[in-house]
Design a protein around this ligand. Structure first.
Ligand code: AMP
Length: 193
């Protein structure tokens, strides 16, 4: 990977498109942290008996938690020293408001999201992957009725971000239906420009 390659990255794509898998590999290869708001929220839900129940209501239904909560999580996380040389955001931003909040918080730190990696995949392939994942990971929001809703939430709220990043040339669109290794290769190629 060239030294000038983008290192402040966002991963976009529907549930089941492979964001977590690709984020982990990129994190290892580039030596920068992968930050998943879903993982952070699941951990908070487990740890916080007071507010955990409140969080669980959103997570179990596949609804987005309030913007203010996730924006605060990211604002704090991006102040950690390990993000200095870059980071990969997995699952944030999730709507236009979060995208704008991210750009303005980074502007204050004189930083910028350099690339949004969009894992493009059609709905039937997603449902199949998530069916597999519920068997392996036993995530409560991978139940079929919640999966359908999470895909709807993605289509209604998250897809506008594709245009948001495309407009100013930051979008890298990756065909994500192939095997994880192939998709990873495409991402590296796109990042190398
Ligand atoms: P994920 O692991 O990214 O699929 O996220 C799991 C769940 O966490 C989502 O269905 C939401 O309930 C919540 N979540 C994760 N990221 C966000 C976000 N950026 N904004 C709001 N809710 C989020």
């Amino acid at each position: 990977m060239k030294s000038g390659a983008p290192r402040r990255l966002v991963l976009l794509g529907p549930p089941g498109s492979g964001k977590g898998t690709q984020a982990a590999r990129l994190s290892l290869e580039l030596g920068i942290p992968a930050i998943s708001t879903g993982d952070i929220l699941r951990a908070q839900q487990e740890a916080d008996t007071l507010h955990g129940g409140e969080l669980r209501r959103y997570l179990d239904r596949g609804e987005l938690v309030p913007d203010s909560l996730v924006i605060d999580i990211i604002r704090h996380r991006l102040q950690d020293p390990d993000t200095k040389n870059g980071f990969i955001l997995d699952g944030f931003p999730r709507n236009g408001g979060q995208g704008e909040a991210l750009d303005s918080m980074l502007e204050e730190l004189r930083r910028r999201i350099e690339a949004a990696i969009y894992l493009a995949i059609a709905a039937p392939a997603l449902v199949e992957r998530l069916r597999h994942r519920i068997a392996v990971e036993q995530r409560s929001d991978d139940r079929p009725e919640v999966v359908a809703h999470r895909i709807d939430v993605y289509l209604a709220q998250t897809t506008p971000l594709i245009e948001y990043y495309r407009r100013d040339g930051r979008l890298l669109e990756i065909a994500a239906e192939q095997a994880p290794d192939v998709v990873y290769g495409s991402i590296l190629k796109a990042l190398a420009g």
